[in-house]
Design a protein around this ligand. Sequence first.
Ligand code: G3H
Ligand code: 13P
Ligand code: ZN
Length: 332
Amino acid sequence: MVSYKELGLVNTREMFAKAIKGGYAIPAFNFNNMEQLQAIIKASAETKSPVILQVSKGARNYANQTLLRYMAQGAVEYAKELGWEKPQICLHLDHGDSFELCKSCVDFGFSSVMIDASSLPYEENIALTKKVVDYAHQYDVTVEAELGVLAGVEDEVSSAVSHYTKPEEVVDFATRTGCDSLAISIGTSHGAYKFTPEQCTRDPKTGKLVPPPLAFDVLDAIMEQLPGFPIVLHGSSSVPQEYVDMINQYGGKLPDAVGIPEEQLRKAAKSAVCKINIDSDSRLAFTAAVRKVFAEKPGEFDPRKYCGPARDLMEELYKHKIINVLGSDGKA
Ligand code: G3H
Ligand code: 13P
Ligand code: ZN
């Protein structure tokens, strides 16, 4: 058993309290590899933004849990080397799907875990979430839970349609589980295809898809029920058109990819939404940069020559999100 405190990590409690008061949101960036981690830490250190490093079950299997733990510990030291005196870095399990997985992460030095039992019937969601909370809180590890269903893939859970969170359930759920934050469904979804073309309208000038707006009325009703309670938005990539165009220009095929407009995320960040999850945008930036190098320099075979530009582009993306979308710069 290793405590996250020994690794120099922090849980989400203070981060979220400050974010709600300050009207900004903490970036939760997923990572699977060294280049993503370097880019996240560099962007956070240079902007002095608190940050949540997110690891999904799939990422944990991909990168190896032991290696990941040391990578997170290394990230704290790297941040200090970059001149960030007191790094505010949280290591969080994204979409944990069982008590055993959450326990293993708590025991391995994670400072926060998500138990995503949102696909289970309501009472079962409560029971499993409470079990995780009871264990995690013994070690001062914070717990995110989810109520409502997002369309798209949630690790191994997938749903074709979303079911908005029911505001009338949130007080009962938060009280009975003791969770520290709540992921809700208000129209975001995972991946680079958040809406079908039929769900969107088309901009007559550009021909690009315009997605339907998020259900801010549902968010408002939830905030009214749970004043000051930390709310989390998953599936919040914007799917920047420039990356999609770059990918398509250099041999990729991502037709009609569409995300959440950044103005809507900005608006959400000013409310009780204090954690915004972004993964797909980083994948798109990485892929766009790698495809460009491969297309322009077909003789290149040193991974540093294509992973390096990918890292630079991701760093630029993370900084942009921190400064222009979440407003978390200068808050750590
Ligand atoms: O919510 C899903 C995250 O983007 C993680 O995705 O399960 O493919 O690692 P993954
Ligand atoms: P995106 O697929 O929109 O990046 O969402 C990521 C996410 O919610 C991770 O939990
Ligand atoms: Zn998610």
